[in-house]
Design a protein around this ligand. Structure first.
Ligand SMILES: Nc1ncnc2c1ncn2[C@@H]1O[C@H](COP(=O)(O)OP(=O)(O)OP(=O)(O)O)[C@@H](O)[C@H]1O
Ligand SMILES: [Mg+2]
Length: 286
């Protein structure tokens, strides 16, 4: 693994894309892909125009969870030097657009930094057509993951209560802090605890991570959401239907909708809709 800070050779093209929300985790299997899909749908329901981007460059599987076979995907667009817009497909079931990845594409997973810069320039150009862009990242703390996380206006770090998931979430937050260098004080990172036995237990899991961040990194990323463990998630995935379509009143669906509102508030200044974000917040306040 290359541990050198990814911002070391930063260029203006490396600036964050304000309306991109990246979904990352240290450990794999904590629910990033499911959460990205569900968040995209919940943001759509809140009135945002959303693009879901499969940024898991090695093991892309948004298409698998949604049961679609895209004619064009990210890998093909990059191979043929096509603009990213050519890989956009609409997903009417969820009301959002998406760019699928290509599973098992080792070439994408080991993409050098200059090609990643090209990819993020393409994403920047596309992002102007959307209210929010949700990027599902691969697990781990390798360079491509950190590069894409670092380009996001906001990064959700997903963990569960498993000690390994917590340790790896901490490692990711630490690396992103190091990468951000001087700008790390305003690090736009929020924590999501997924598969929590209850909201209270999820809150406690967050406190464990938050204390470690405070002690060793001198910053406490806020808790953006707790998503309860819910058997309906697995059920929805196995039928390749989004949870908010299949079980809109299930506990996890409710938690995702609460998370989506928090994400909008946390990124309210991200679009010309900043005033709309503030208005939404005012509407929700009693
Ligand atoms: N809130 C939840 N309740 C119950 N099960 C869940 C929940 N969230 C995710 N899962 C389960 O976790 C599994 C893994 O989810 P997913 O593939 O989205 O994880 P991932 O973090 O994207 O994995 P990878 O790191 O391999 O990309 C899902 O198949 C689903 O069964
Ligand atoms: Mg995944």
């Amino acid at each position: 693994m290359n541990d050198s800070p990814v911002r070391a050779a930063a260029t203006p093209a490396d600036d964050a894309i304000v309306n991109v929300v990246a979904v990352a985790s240290g450990k794999g299997g904590v629910g990033k892909t499911w959460l990205s899909i569900s968040l995209a749908q919940a943001l759509t329901k809140l009135g945002e125009r959303v693009l879901l981007f499969d940024g898991d460059l090695g093991l892309a599987n948004i298409d698998v969870q949604l049961g679609i076979q895209p004619g064009m995907d990210l890998g093909t667009a990059l191979e043929r030097h096509l603009p990213l817009s050519r890989a956009v497909i609409s997903y009417p079931n969820g009301g959002f657009d998406l760019i699928a990845g290509r599973s098992g594409s080792g070439t994408l997973a080991s993409m050098p930094i200059n090609r990643l810069q090209g990819l993020s320039s393409g994403l920047r150009a596309l992002s102007g057509s959307y209210g929010r862009v949700v990027v599902d990242l691969g697990a781990g703390i390798e360079r491509p993951v950190r590069y894409l996380a670092g380009r996001a206006g906001y990064c959700l770090v997903v963990t569960t209560d498993e000690p390994t998931a917590l340790t790896d979430a901490y490692a990711l937050i630490k690396m992103l802090t190091l990468d951000a260098g001087e700008q790390s004080k305003e690090l736009p990172i929020g924590v999501v605890v997924n598969m929590a036995a209850s909201r209270e237990i999820g809150q406690r899991t967050y406190e464990t991570l938050s204390k470690a961040c405070d002690r060793f990194l001198k910053r406490r990323p806020p808790l953006l959401g707790v998503i309860r463990r819910d058997p309906k998630v697995r059920d929805a995935i196995s039928t390749q239907t989004p949870l908010l379509t299949r079980y809109p009143n299930s506990p996890a669906a409710q938690d995702i909708e609460t998370l989506a509102k928090k994400v909008l508030d946390a990124t309210a200044g991200a679009t010309p809709g900043a005033a709309a974000g503030a208005a939404r917040q005012a509407k929700r306040s009693p």
